[in-house]
Design a protein around this ligand. Structure first.
Ligand code: ADP
Ligand code: MG
Length: 349
């Protein structure tokens, strides 16, 4: 990378030197596209931004600073964040930035469309299970019942830049923040003139345009049982977000408990699905949907897709069966040891 950057600098100097000559410059050599990488630890995960094009490094660094800015506003554990302030406001109104307001407004809309499977106020329950701290425990049913009384996104009041939570209500944007960050990175890169980039925000992958050579990006879908990759997906200008029980979990007395909670019960969602991968042009929608569809399970998820559309998904069940919605029929293929399995296609009618 360094040597090609040096080459570019030399070429630029040569172009400048030749600028006074009458002769037209020689036809441009098809330049090998340079990749520029920014890595960071944010939102509890490792992130990597790979940006192509001449000003790629500056663009990647600025986009990475944008993610850090968002994390500082949205973190549920950082005492300086706006979400932390709202969660500790004891019912008082708190001012929030346009980013927090925009994401929360979108998140509330997505909760409303989720048929009770996504709720940004489920945080007291998530915390009781120890998923925010790593001090895992199985709460008593009575404790969960009491905590569930505090869960209802309809109690969140957001007016302009003012957020009011009733005492006891707490927000966690963990199910949607990385998706929003992905959309913001895309916007930042586009505004800086980038047309080809791929970013990995933990399990969220999002692409700007195609590969520099015009071909689609190839994104691996992890096998939820840890056996490498289950499949490969080809995308352009889309987000690919996976939610799975295998991402964060603990075991006690032979039972596995994971970090995706069914707001109807307060227990980790056991719907028969092992992972859900959503493909959408919107990162925040893909993120919200991957969590909701995981809670819904295979049949409800398929019905939801038929009723709403606007996205495609890959549903991997705990029994190892794989289903994809029909929009992915040509762009998804099973991989490696998974390639012999039947692939069910979910059709719109
Ligand atoms: P990850 O962040 O690991 O990629 P998800 O996007 O599925 O996974 O989000 C899970 C996170 O969202 C949990 O760690 C928790 O903080 C929160 N959460 C869990 N269940 C729900 C739910 N039903 N609705 C909203 N947020 C949830
Ligand atoms: Mg999610």
């Amino acid at each position: 990378m360094k040597s090609s950057r040096l080459l570019c600098a030399l070429l630029a100097v040569l172009v400048l030197l030749c600028g006074c000559e009458k002769e037209p410059p020689p036809p441009e050599e098809p330049e090998e596209e340079e990749s520029h990488i920014a890595t960071l630890l944010a939102m509890d995960t490792v992130m990597k931004l790979t940006v192509y094009g001449p000003d790629g490094q500056t663009a990647a660094d600025r986009a990475s600073a944008r993610i850090e800015e968002l994390e500082a506003l949205l973190s549920v554990t950082d005492e300086g964040s706006e979400i932390f302030a709202a969660n500790h406001s004891e019912g008082a109104a708190v001012p929030v930035s346009s980013d927090t307001a925009a994401l929360l407004r979108k998140a509330l809309e997505l909760c409303g469309a989720s048929e009770g499977t996504l709720d940004v106020t489920v945080y007291p329950v998530v915390r009781a299970w120890g998923f925010t701290t790593g001090n895992y425990r199985v709460p008593e049913t009575g404790e969960l019942r009491e905590l569930l009384d505090r869960v209802d996104y309809n109690r969140v009041s957001l007016e302009g830049g003012t957020l009011t939570l009733p005492a006891g209500t707490e927000i966690d944007l963990g199910a949607v923040a990385k998706g929003y960050a992905g959309d913001q990175v895309m916007a930042s890169l586009k505004a800086q003139g980038v047309s080809s980039a791929i970013i990995e925000l933990g399990g969220n992958v999002q692409a700007l345009g195609s590969k520099p050579d015009g071909s689609p990006w190839r994104v691996a879908v992890h096998a939820p049982d840890g056996s490498g990759y289950a499949g490969v997906l080809e995308i352009r200008d889309q987000a690919v977000v996976t939610s799975g029980g295998y991402e964060r979990y603990f075991e006690e007395d032979g039972e596995t408990y994971w970090h995706i909670i069914d707001p109807a019960t307060g227990y980790p969602a056991k719907s028969g699905l092992a992972s859900v991968t959503v493909v959408s042009e919107s990162g925040v929608e893909a993120d919200a949907l991957s969590t909701s569809l995981f809670v819904m399970g295979r049949e409800r998820a398929a019905e939801y897709w038929r009723a709403h559309g606007g996205f495609q998904c890959i549903l991997i069940s705990e029994d190892g069966s794989v289903a994809v919605t029909e929009g992915l029929e040509d762009s998804f293929s099973l991989y490696g040891s998974w390639s012999g399995r039947p692939l069910e296609v979910i059709r719109s009618s």
